[in-house]
Design a protein around this ligand. Sequence first.
Ligand SMILES: *[C@@H]1O[C@H](CO)[C@@H](O)[C@H](O)[C@H]1NC(C)=O
Ligand SMILES: *[C@@H]1O[C@H](CO)[C@@H](O)[C@H](O)[C@H]1NC(C)=O
Ligand SMILES: *[C@@H]1O[C@H](CO)[C@@H](O)[C@H](O)[C@H]1NC(C)=O
Ligand SMILES: *[C@@H]1O[C@H](CO)[C@@H](O)[C@H](O)[C@H]1NC(C)=O
Ligand SMILES: *[C@@H]1O[C@H](CO)[C@@H](O)[C@H](O)[C@H]1NC(C)=O
Ligand SMILES: *[C@@H]1O[C@H](CO)[C@@H](O)[C@H](O)[C@H]1NC(C)=O
Length: 540
Amino acid sequence: MNVFILFCLIFSPIHGLDLTPIVNLTTGPIQGKVIEYESIGVYQFLGIPYAKPPVDILRLQLPVKPDPWTEVKSVTDFGPACLQPHIMPDIQITSEDCLYLNVHVTESTFNNSSEKLRPVLFWIHGGGFTIGSGVIEGIPLVPLHDVIIVSINYRLNAFGFIHFGADEPRIPSNIGFQDQLFALKWVHENIRKFGGDPNSVTIAGSSAGSVSVSAHLLSPLSKGLFKRAILESGTVFMDHNIDVLIRDSWKLYNKTSCSKSPNVLECMQNLSATEILNSLDNKIIEFSFQVGDEFLPYEPSKAFAEGLFDNSVDVLLGVEKNDASMFMMAIDPIVFNYLIPPKPISYQEATNYLKRFFDSESADYFRELYFGPETNNSDFRSHLEKAYSDLLFICPAYVFGLEYASSLGLVDYGTESRISNWIGTPHGAEAPYVFGYPLMKPGYSQKDISLSREMMKIWTAFAENGEIPMVGETRWKPFQEKMSAMILNIDDWGKTETERIEFCHKEWAYISKHYINIPLYIPGFGPNVAAKNTNFRTQP
Ligand SMILES: *[C@@H]1O[C@H](CO)[C@@H](O)[C@H](O)[C@H]1NC(C)=O
Ligand SMILES: *[C@@H]1O[C@H](CO)[C@@H](O)[C@H](O)[C@H]1NC(C)=O
Ligand SMILES: *[C@@H]1O[C@H](CO)[C@@H](O)[C@H](O)[C@H]1NC(C)=O
Ligand SMILES: *[C@@H]1O[C@H](CO)[C@@H](O)[C@H](O)[C@H]1NC(C)=O
Ligand SMILES: *[C@@H]1O[C@H](CO)[C@@H](O)[C@H](O)[C@H]1NC(C)=O
Ligand SMILES: *[C@@H]1O[C@H](CO)[C@@H](O)[C@H](O)[C@H]1NC(C)=O
């Protein structure tokens, strides 16, 4: 969820606009720009169109190849982000014409592309399928580890995920996922020209990007397009109720001037994009993926039970220690507002909060499980946070790892805690470390820098060969060999965790049957916005 916020750092190129050599894509020639990091040249090709603008008769349709061009296209700036209801300050431009991707590669790899190819990290941004963009800076990760990063935009919210069910079969489901797939195919066809190895692609994402990665792991259409996958806080176990999606889609339709038109597709394509955007009622932003189409034919549980997925992919997956802490404002917007100094919560109050997200039938069970015997002097805030984090992120991720059990299942766990209060290490905290943000930006400690260096090393080694280097003194064992997760903590890394995995293994079946899906906030909007829009909902 915070990925976008965390990544939108504009680093100025060290010297003006040096241009790269021209690259002849199958669609036409492009020319990017050169930047430098510690005397290492990095080529950036930003805003490459990978599909035709999805406008007019292509709105709400699957992506198609762009029209070829002959003039050299300058790709020195990020393309517009896809349309979104709440524009984070860092996004400069949004447009319905948004199917662009970005390639970051070192000069030496680019120069040597005919000699040797390098691994590719394909980054899918988060933002609850509602907001965000593929704007990331390739430095310092690209120059330090000589990997190629491709980051993409994909259609969001109603533009990417609206679905009317059988009453309008001409509007396909999972359009946003299909955009991602289309971009993956682009990588397969074109990345060699940049020095990237199409047979060594690692798809990676945080939050909704991670949900997307797990969907590609299960999709027959994505099979063979990537070799490895990195999931950071998010899986397809995320709530995806088709009836709710269809109902919300019609609800949006009814709010537009199309409401009386029987021709849903054509009328939606005739609307102004602004009208669609304005019809995204804060209360119903929950357009996300659905199961049961060509892209995702099976429920994850069925896919796992019957082995209907490609288990040859190496997987690195993980969660934050306090993954749902920022989302607890959904339970009570005041009590769990992270800008308000926390007040103690009594046993009785805690019990009532627990009943907001577990059904009444199971409340006693979970109270016992998370709180233990009655006392008024326990840290109920953290007990509740643990329960909520287990429910939304931690157990789904571990269970996904357990189920996937591929050739190499690896799990990371937690990062550090920079926020000193009960929020701990929240959702999205890992992303800036993975991209080396602490090395670039003031305000980080030496410990942050060290952890970031360690994480960049782990992530890129995994992308390179599917293995993990020594972490501190510890050799990190594949999950199926040892059911443990690596803890990456700012003060100390190299410890492993088994307890919470066993806990999730044991409790998830019951948890998943008894939780109540309550609306979530987007924490990046800040508590003021969220508190005003108490009905604003999204899914990470
Ligand atoms: C790209 O195409 C142009 C025109 O056909 C050609 O002159 C140029 O050599 C090509 N460049 C590369 C790198 O293949
Ligand atoms: C890459 O090639 C360009 C043009 O041929 C050359 O000027 C540059 O020095 C090369 N860079 C590296 C790192 O090999
Ligand atoms: C590029 O390739 C050439 C020829 O194979 C090799 O001599 C040179 O060391 C390579 N440069 C880099 C930076 O890998
Ligand atoms: C949309 O409008 C139609 C026709 O007025 C109505 O039957 C339907 O229930 C409405 N759907 C929703 C979800 O509001
Ligand atoms: C869409 O717009 C076209 C051109 O203005 C018009 O002919 C057509 O009737 C419209 N279709 C619907 C379903 O509104
Ligand atoms: C906790 O506080 C409530 C309300 O003050 C009281 O009724 C209850 O007995 C207390 N429980 C314990 C274990 O102290």
